[in-house]
Each structure stands twice: as structure tokens, then as C-alpha cells.
Write a protein that binds this ligand. Sequence first.
Ligand code: GUN
Length: 298
Amino acid sequence: MQILNGKEAAQAIKDSLKIKVAQLASQGKEVPHLAAILVGNNGASETYVAAKVKACEEVGFKSTLIRAEENITAQKLLETIRELNSDPDVDGILVQLPLPKHISEDEVINAIDPGKDVDGFHPSNVGRMVLGQSTFVPATPYGIMLLLEHYKVETKGKHAVVIGRSNIVGRPMSILLSGNSNPGNCTVTLCHSHTPNLKELCLEADIIVAALGRAEFVTAHMVKDGAVVIDVGITRVEDATKKSGFKLKGDVAYDEVAPKCSFITPVPGGVGPMTIAALMKNTFKSCAQKHYEEAEGE
Ligand code: GUN
């Protein structure tokens, strides 16, 4: 069993971006600039956005964090997005999800300039991804693809079972793994809450991507020997022994599943850091497309 160390792979990506950014800066060129909007005080969202801003600092990007009150009107939020859309200094815009109930996430996502939509959530970017065209691929599935690539995990011809059909992870993951690419070329089964024979399907899987958001849902009796297991879950579970009062649990019962796997991601330190690294790559790509025709967009 080999651990897919997301922290290490993400660091390699960030190190390479840092070198590219330092080169641009030394030539007096624009460095990438990510603007993040955080609405309200959701603890998990605070942590994620802080990690994104910190990663920007690490690689030498500019970042702007715009905080809005929980009760901000949709109109005001859309106005903020329009300002960022028309600001030539901003390369990437992300609005941290979830948003408060009174704001339509669809309306907000649709308002972001697709050329700055580094989350890859805008319908035109999702469409481009489905068609296999160059686009911003959503950071979590993109990060997983980068992790599989980093560790040279063979995916061609494999049966991948993706659990969870969210727009952020499961659905794009199913599209990427089924794509004519490397990693990719999998036969994909996308499972969700109405899938009756989940255990049987998982037992047939060469690759399992668990992205349903239920702590330790995938147990050893659902995993065949030699499977690759990717754990996207990050549920906060109360733990009085921790300073924060909680610990992070994945969607996979790691201790019992890991011995059966050929590869497995830990939580934390697996998919999470890769998501951030993928976002940094998207932001660099946005800046490169805008400012340097010759730079590779990857
Ligand atoms: N909430 C959970 N994951 C994500 C993400 O990748 N991007 C944004 N904007 N919000 C999220």
C-alpha cells in the first residue's frame, strides 16, 4: 500500500509555480492576482479561504480577500463580482460556497466572468470541460487528477466508482476520469443517494472516489484488494482532546481500508492540499492567458 501524499505533491506544484512567478516578477511583469469573496462566518469556509490566501502568499501571487456579512443582499454581492470582473488587475475570482440560503448560488456563479472563473463552476467552463476543451477545471477533481498523475497511478481501462454527484466534486470527477486523457480513460460509475447496490458496485471498483460527505462511510467490506481509494471527505467530528474541539474525518474508514489498497489518500494531507494547488494552477493559467500569449496555459 502506498500513501498518495497530497501535501508533498501539492508542494511540488507550488514550488514550480513559485519559480515561474519569481521570473515574471523579475521581468517587471504582472503576477497572478486572486480575489476571494467570503460571505458570513462559516468556520470551515473561513479555514478554506485562509488556506487559499496563504497559498497565494507562498507562491508569490497577489490576493484580495473580500469579506461580506451573512445578510448581504444578492444585488450587492453581484455588484462586487461585476467590479472584480471589470478590474484588469484581477485574474481569478472565487466566491466560497456554500452561500447563505437567501442568495442563489447559480446566479452568483453565472455572474463571474468565465475568463476569471478559476473555480471552473461557470456553465461555459463546465461545458468546455465536458467537451474536453481547455478550461478551468474545478479545483478538487483537478487536484485529484494531478495527484494520480504525480504518483503515476494507472487509470486506463480501470473501473472507477465515484460516490457523490455534487457539481463541485463528484460530477466533474466522473467526467474527467472518463475522458480520453491520462489520467483518464476509465469506465465510470457515478453513484449517489439513490443507488441501491452501492456496496456491490464499490466491490467491483479498481478506483473509488469517495465524495459524499459522510464520515467513514466507505468500510473495508466495500473495497476489493488492490483498489485505489481517493478520499474527498473532510467532516468535522467533535474531539475534546483537540484544541479546536474537532478533528477531521474522511469519507473512508482509513485504518481498516488502507491495508487492502494499492494507493490511498490520507485525511488530512491528501486531496485537501491538492485542491489548493490546483486553484493556484488555474489562477496562474488565467494570468498567463491574459498577459503572456507565449506562456503555456497547461
Ligand atoms: N466550497 C467547497 N469547495 C469549494 C471550492 O472548491 N470552491 C468554492 N468557491 N467553494 C467551495
